[in-house]
Design a binder for this molecule. Structure first.
Ligand code: FAD
Length: 408
């Protein structure tokens, strides 16, 4: 039974998988390009099956404690006047969804992986596999042999690039780019979102309970742009070009983007492969099936995927071929349904025409009076969020462990 498993990426999928592998007696090692766990980040939702997985990990109470506590949102005009206020409980049904900052969730998961070796500040340089195992060379550490390698390294996965082929073969651009970064809370928001739209563009700011400042979000529709993922200056230039001349607080947000320590910019893209495994290498989370931020389900897919992958490795006695096949069979429909949610999200968040925006704004205004319609929307989301069978794996005893310190 192959026990030594290398996981590339320590965000959501990586630590969640490391947790389950340790529980089941495997020996995971995690390599992460960043020098330490990254805290903060943007707000993400955990829904449906992912909440069940969090419960089985024994981290649900901690996650709930760290929730953002958002109360609602206002749609505003160019002068900052609200024309529609929507309270969260008007369009989210009571299905146990949890909104939390991505970095906080990552830290909570990481702190439950005591005993796992983390190689921070490093990246896989090359992967060669044979019947005996996977030979991995790193950029910094000495080469090592593992039984299996898991790519949990996100949308621009290094493992996928090395083993499956260039990202261009698997990416499906959804027509938008998005930027998120920390900013001062100069609107004085209190667990509230303010959103401003012009056709094809969205600007917003939100303040979460756990955030001393606020976050800015800027999204826009465009043909696919070419840029270097590691060059924030080039990304800033694209953002400034897209939002030049826009009103509301857009100039202040662009100014904040230049100073932000956590500036994030990327295309809204999905990843689609025919198979998530190649020999002893398998993909997990965004690396294998990124649904894009518009689906609001990427972290949930990562948490659930980790649970299913580890469970199938256990059930197959470490026989990776069987385990990877069953992992794909269990996850395929769930992933497909949640990837589908993304296209609907775009139309609501960033309508591309004046007519579309007018209709969307009408809907926002009517939202408080349409609880039934809103619940129908929410029901589709929850149907997708629960479309996976989690019943089969043994539940380890919930252990109370002393949290480890974040980063090394
Ligand atoms: C703006 C935005 C909003 C979102 N909103 C939601 C939401 O509401 N709900 C939701 O569920 N999801 C949301 N998501 C998606 C969610 O963040 C991702 O789907 C989720 O984080 C996927 O987790 P992951 O661990 O698979 O990948 P990632 O979180 O992308 O993590 C990949 C990790 O791999 C590391 N890495 C990258 N390259 C290498 C390398 N070469 N070597 C080693 N390590 C490497 C990275 O540093 C990172 O730590 C949102 C995403 C964005 C960008």
């Amino acid at each position: 039974m192959g026990k030594n498993i290398l996981i590339s990426g320590a965000s959501i999928a990586g630590p969640a998988l490391a947790f389950w592998l340790r529980e089941y007696g495997f020996n995971p090692t995690v390599v992460e390009r960043a020098p330490a766990m990254r805290d903060g980040g943007y707000a993400i939702d955990l829904r449906g099956a992912a909440v069940t997985v969090a419960e089985r990990m024994g981290v649900l109470a901690e996650i709930q404690e760290a929730r953002t506590g958002m109360r609602g949102m206002s749609a505003v005009d160019a002068a900052g006047r609200s024309f529609a206020d929507i309270r969260m409980d008007e369009f989210v049904n009571d299905a146990g969804d949890i909104e939390i900052m991505r970095g906080t969730l990552g830290r909570i998961l990481y702190e439950r992986t005591d005993g796992t070796e983390y190689l921070f500040g490093d990246s896989i340089r090359a992967i060669e596999q044979d019947s005996d195992g996977v030979h991995v060379s790193f950029e910094r550490h000495a080469p090592r042999k593992f039984d299996l390698v898991v790519g949990a390294d996100g949308l621009h996965s290094n493992v996928r690039q090395l083993v499956f082929g260039p990202e261009s073969e698997f990416r499906r651009y959804l027509g938008y780019h998005v930027s998120i970064f920390s900013t001062d809370n100069f609107l004085g928001l209190d667990r509230w979102v303010a959103l401003y739209n012009v056709p094809g563009k969205l600007a917003g700011s939100y303040q979460a309970r756990t955030d001393p400042g606020a976050k800015a979000i800027l999204g826009f529709k465009s043909p696919e742009l070419r840029f270097d993922h590691r060059d924030p200056q080039a990304q800033l230039a694209l953002l400034e070009k897209a939002f030049a001349g826009e009103r509301w607080i857009v100039p202040r947000l662009l100014e904040a983007a230049r100073q932000a320590p956590d500036f994030y910019f990327d295309s809204i893209t999905q990843i689609h492969l025919d198979d998530w495994a190649r020999g002893r290498v398998v993909l997990l989370g965004d690396a294998g099936y990124c649904p894009s931020p518009l689906s609001g389900q990427g972290s949930s897919l990562a948490m659930v995927g980790a649970y299913v992958l580890a469970g199938e490795l256990l059930a197959a006695g470490g026989d990776h071929r069987t385990a990877f096949r069953r992992y794909a069979a269990k996850m395929w429909n769930y992933v497909a349904l949640n990837q589908k949610m993304a296209t609907d999200g775009a139309r609501t968040l960033i309508p591309k025409t004046r007519g579309g925006l007018w209709l969307r704004n009408r809907l926002f205004r009517l939202m408080p009076y349409l609880p039934k319609a809103a619940n129908t929307l929410s029901k589709d989301i929850h149907r997708a969020a629960n479309a996976v069978d989690l019943r089969d794996y043994p539940q380890p005893p919930i252990r109370c462990r002393a949290p480890r310190s974040a980063g090394r």
